[in-house]
Design a protein around this ligand. Sequence first.
Ligand code: SF4
Length: 501
Amino acid sequence: MIHNFNDDISTPEKFVVTLELIPGRDFSGDAIDTIKQISQDAYNDGRITAVSITDNPGGNAALSPDAIGREILDFGLDVIVHFTCRDTNRMGMESRALQLARMGMKNILALTGDYSGKGFGGRGTPVFDFDSVILTSMLNDLNKRLIKTGHSEVFVTGCAVSPFKYTEAESWVQYRKLQRKIEAGASFTITQLGYDIDKYEELLIFNHENNIKIPALASLYLLGKGAANIMQQGKVPGVYVSKRLYETIAKEYEVKGEGPKKAIERLARLGVVLKGIGYKGIHIGGVHKSFDTVAAILDRMDEIQHNWQDYREEFQEEQNGRFYLYKQSAEQKNGMSKQDDIKLKYTDGAHYLFLRTAHDLFFDKRASLAPVYKKISATLDKSNSSWMLKAFLEDPFKKLMLSCQSCGDCGIQHVGFLCPESGCPKHTRNGACGGSRDGYCEVHEDKFCVWVRAYYRMKRHNETDRLTATFVPPRLWELKDTSSWINFHLDRDHQREDKAA
Ligand code: SF4
């Protein structure tokens, strides 16, 4: 192997280039031959450190990255396998991780994943037993087992982060989740895709300010007119392409043969700017036909990299109406930034205060009455009467207040006293996925993301520091349809001492 991904990202002076490949629904034929040819050419070219292979992208069934990845690894090119939480539960995920270890593929990009798409017979079950933070933690735990059994090669787990969030709440939650991912064991990060240099830079400043030293690769995409149109409409979760950029690209395509050339030039220019501002590398997507395009981009980057500052301005977006963590638009300076557009209902504040007060009174193990609640819980449990508490008090109350789904392992305290089961289609307990847009949920586009609501509810009381402050362990499925109140007091839920961080 010419390059080893982990070695390259650990080498201080090395600028790393990786390439994202997307298998389709076929297991053989032209599409697979093309992926293999691109990989073979990338290997021969020598400038690509690794290819990353997507895992059922967009939630749609495709050839497993594990299968095609192994074939690519066999001819000497390192591989990063995308690993999402959408399609299997924790057993399936652990089993897949063991399989990947056995196959010698230990570079993993751990992702929560897009929501389920349609497969045979309709939409598939969105599993989301874990979120990306918990998946990272599971791989970290597997690493300990590997080391214990004498293996020196362990999983190199990376994470995604999206700086391309334009509300205060989404930005805040994304960065806090990044910190949780790193604590859980992520050792590199790849950004989502956007064409806004101030947002790309925002991540680097955040990392610097928070002493985050893991290498950051920036995602770039060869933007043709069709892809730009889809992305500009927000149809690719987490990806940001502005209307202005789409209109520029559409104009370029009006001149025959110009569009593809301009796309290569744009990508090369953005690549050198990202290198100039300090990214460890770039992660190129959108190349589906031939490696020649990638070679042309890299050649052009070599030619223009010394003038990178000249191109920076081209990637600066209109900032008014959008939240930037370190740059203030005129609107932000006047106290009228995008976050002010998100007005929660008046009842949201009252709902939060009521549930937080109730929680502090009844579900704080340091509270003076905590031993009494524990005793009552133990008595009900012993006499097999806990169902009465659940049926006549807990269920009516929590269904009304939270649309409770009786998971039995309550996590509302982690999400601003909103239910992660009924409120988030991906059941995230460690922060939002990357799919929200302008504060709205990736799946229910007419509803605010539950984390955005949680953030603004807590901000009113200066309590945002409590949001995504620590690792939240996975939900315990064995508690389903039991009383979460009793489970809490009898130390059975995820907050019991051996589980909570
Ligand atoms: S987290 Fe579980 S117990 Fe708590 S409100 Fe949601 S479904 Fe009900």
